[in-house]
Design a protein around this ligand. Structure first.
Ligand SMILES: C[S@@+](CC[C@H](N)C(=O)[O-])C[C@H]1O[C@@H](n2cnc3c(N)ncnc32)[C@H](O)[C@@H]1O
Length: 248
């Protein structure tokens, strides 16, 4: 299967934007009526991030970016608790104008706000952690691969891309015409990561979510090692997690 073969999902960026334009700027709004899972989600992410930050060659905690941030739920409850500065990417102008108020006491940690879709986002800085959650289903496969490659080039030394997304239980992609998104299978995500030259150093399934919703996976991704020495630290960190991935 080539990258071209998997570019078969029907995604319309304008339609997604129209959908989100009608959604209230609340936690319940950005979580599609599932606001009650936010605490468990943040708890799972906190454990995941803590494990990355306590690994042998951890990322620094200077700067992170929250991609497809909505109202800044993850920025407020997770990223500003760990990082000195957090940038934001969010295409909905109503959400992005809410973020600083919503983040509240840590709002001085909110850095640059980029009011664009991820398919158009070209990072101009380097980041220690690039957090993507419940947003990659809005990107076409080829745009997602290109975006992940740009993220890869925007990592500081030991930097990590985090992806936290729903996956289908059926093993097949499932389209949602309402918001013009796709829920991918685990296998599709793994293929996309490979095509973007990314390697998983950690993968964890979120627990404590209610029955009846899609399984949610967290992935920590780093650029695949080359021989230039640039990613030697990352390679070392990767070895530490190989056995964990092998257990999956
Ligand atoms: C389900 S909400 C998740 C928000 C946030 N990540 C969270 O977990 O609280 C999806 C978000 O993705 C944004 N979005 C939709 N299409 C996007 C795109 N092409 N690029 C970036 N963000 C997008 C929406 O505006 C919305 O804020």
């Amino acid at each position: 299967m080539t990258a071209k073969d998997i570019d078969n999902n029907v995604i319309n960026y304008e339609k997604s934007l129209e959908y989100w334009a009608d959604i209230p700027a609340t936690v319940d709004g950005v979580l599609g009526g599932f606001g009650f899972i936010s605490d468990a989600d943040i708890e799972g992410s906190t454990i995941f991030l803590n494990s990355l930050l306590s690994s042998k060659n951890p990322p620094c905690t200077n700067t992170a970016i929250d991609c497809g941030a909505g109202i800044g739920r993850i920025t407020k409850f997770l990223l500003t608790q760990f990082f000195k500065s957090v940038d934001i990417v969010e295409p909905d102008s109503k959400f992005i104008s809410t973020i600083k108020d919503f983040v509240g006491e840590n709002k001085e940690k909110v850095g640059n706000l980029y009011n664009v879709g991820l398919q158009e986002f070209h990072p101009v800085k380097k980041y220690d952690v690039i957090w993507n959650q419940w947003v990659l289903g809005y990107l076409k496969d080829m745009d997602l691969i290109s975006y992940l490659v740009r993220c890869s080039n925007a990592l500081n030394e030991n930097g990590i891309i985090v992806v936290k997304e729903n996956v289908t239980s059926s093993g097949k992609p499932e389209n949602d015409d309402n918001d013009s998104s796709v829920t991918r299978s685990l296998k599709q995500y793994l293929k996309i990561f490979k095509d973007a030259n990314l390697k998983r150093i950690k993968q964890v399934k979120q627990t404590n979510f209610p029955n009846g919703i899609y399984p949610v996976y967290m992935f920590a991704l780093v650029p695949i090692c080359n021989n230039s020495g640039l990613y030697n630290n990352v390679c070392n960190a990767t070895e530490k997690y190989v056995s964990e991935i092998n257990k999956l």
